[in-house]
Design a protein around this ligand. Structure first.
Ligand code: CMC
Length: 428
């Protein structure tokens, strides 16, 4: 069986043989298919990149049909069960699980970089008291490029590693400062004796106590949620990171763009929409009426369905277990009963079954975050902290890939043909 595709151009009757590699043809191979010498050649039209691979990647594998998610070959279930966020971030960034020596060194490097420059803190103080924490996060990450000018040396391995340490270490501090600012509480400096997520909880919730006592169940729940969100291959924000980074700008500027993409309700904001929906439904009795309206096309069942997963999102399964553990500490989120009943009905209903609509990662994550004391405005920020590992791993992979160039999609021009300028006095 030849790994080629034979194409007949019915405009000219000519035949072409295009090589197939890894289930793809090269879009540039289509350029030879022309009707005349001065024709630019055939191109593909693919709004929203529904069926176009823009890179080769070794980081994350997803099989949406089977509900499989793997980082560097390791199943998400095993990582969520046995790993920590920092270890998983190392795996995503460097390709292998660390030895104990490597993990100790990596943890030390991250711990050394958790503080923010005092001028960053002042910059953050300048935001309005009711500023959205994600807006603060996006702006602060962008401002980092003015503090770490060595970050422009993107092809210097040593400099790149330094920015990686800074980014992974500082994003929880920015997030916590943004949260404290939004509720008018003083900033809490990092406590480097605590774990990555323990310190994050400390910076968020410490009041007047001398030493913050971390609840181990909540600490572990955050580790799991961070592992689940660390990467998800070429999604909207990661594509933004690669696209901006392809101009060879510093990683902070590129990541501000990626975080801005995550801010959008279609990407990082879906779990907030789930909570709003559950509140609106209000009681279990109202569920049948709600489902009826969804089936009639009046709104969607938020937290259900996925562009890639056409079976149960593997992250949703793990999150459901995490929710049980968290609610034992925080008390049961009253919206959980509505969520469970919605899921039970939807998984049996012909409308959802035939369209292969299953719960996705966002169906339960918002309930956990709310029970832990986070306002909904913090949800995209909580997503951005772990996704930093994925963004910078994908950015570095793009930079070191000799096939990559500055991203520059084509367009199909459908505007006016050439016409002459009309002086203002002659325009009606
Ligand atoms: N509720 C009711 N019907 C739905 C839903 C839903 N949540 N999702 C899809 N459908 C229907 C849709 O109406 C269409 O029906 P028909 O064929 O009769 O027109 C069919 O299923 C296919 O939907 P689609 O819009 O073509 O599918 P898509 O792949 O473009 O959309 C999605 C994927 C995630 C945007 C969509 O399922 C959705 O809007 N879900 C709710 C929002 C949500 O939970 N988003 C979080 C996604 S996970 C976040 C992440 O991984 O980063």
């Amino acid at each position: 069986m030849a790994d080629t595709l034979t194409v007949t151009d019915n405009r000219t009757g000519k035949q072409y043989e295009l090589p197939i590699k890894d289930g793809t043809i090269r879009a540039t191979d289509l350029r030879q298919i022309k009707t005349a010498d001065d024709d630019g050649g055939l191109a593909t039209y693919d709004p929203a990149f529904m069926n176009t691979a823009a890179c080769r990647s070794r980081i994350t594998y997803i099989d949406g049909e089977k509900g499989v998610l793997e980082y560097r070959g390791y199943p998400i279930e095993q990582l969520a069960e046995q790993s920590t966020y920092l270890e998983t971030a190392y795996l995503i960034l460097f390709g292998e699980l660390p030895t104990s020596e490597q993990l100790a060194d990596w943890t030390k490097q991250i711990t050394l970089h958790t503080m923010l420059h005092e001028n960053i803190k002042k910059l953050m103080e300048g935001f309005q008291y009711d500023a959205h924490p994600m807006g603060v996060f996006v702006s602060t990450v962008g401002a980092f490029s003015t503090f770490y000018r060595d970050a422009k040396q993107i092809f210097d391995d040593h400099s790149r590693q330094k920015q990686i340490h800074r980014l992974i270490a500082k994003v929880p501090t920015i997030a916590a400062y943004a949260f404290r600012h939004s509720i008018g509480r003083p900033y809490v400096y990092p406590d480097n004796e605590l774990s990555f997520t323990g310190n994050f909880l400390n910076m968020l919730f410490r009041m007047t106590e001398l030493k913050y006592q971390v609840n181990p169940v909540l600490e572990r729940a955050l580790e799991v949620l961070f592992i689940l969100h660390a990467d998800h291959e070429q999604n909207c924000s990661t594509s933004a990171m690669r696209g901006i980074g392809s101009s060879h700008v510093d990683p902070y500027s590129a990541m501000a763009g990626a975080a801005a993409a995550l801010y959008g309700p279609l990407h990082g904001g879906a779990n907030e929409a789930v909570l709003r929906m559950l509140k609106e439904i209000g009681t279990v009795d109202n569920i049948p009426g709600f489902i009826k309206r969804v089936k009639a096309g009046e709104g969607r069942l938020m937290g259900f369905g996925h562009r890639v997963y056409k079976s149960y999102d593997p992250r949703a399964k793990i999150i459901k277990r995490t929710a049980d553990a968290v609610f034992e500490v925080t008390g049961r989120n009253p919206l959980l009963d509505i969520a469970l009943e919605l899921e039970r009905i939807a998984l049996q209903d012909e409308y959802f079954v035939s369209r292969r609509l299953y719960p996705n990662v966002d169906f339960y994550s918002g309930l956990i975050y709310q029970a832990m004391g986070f306002p909904v405005t913090m949800f995209p920020v909580l997503f951005a902290i772990p996704r930093t590992a994925g963004w910078i791993a994908q950015w570095e992979e793009m930079l070191l890939d000799p096939e990559q160039k500055i991203a520059r999609p084509k367009q199909v021009y459908v505007g006016h043909g050439r016409r002459d300028y009309v002086p203002l006095s002659n325009r009606s």
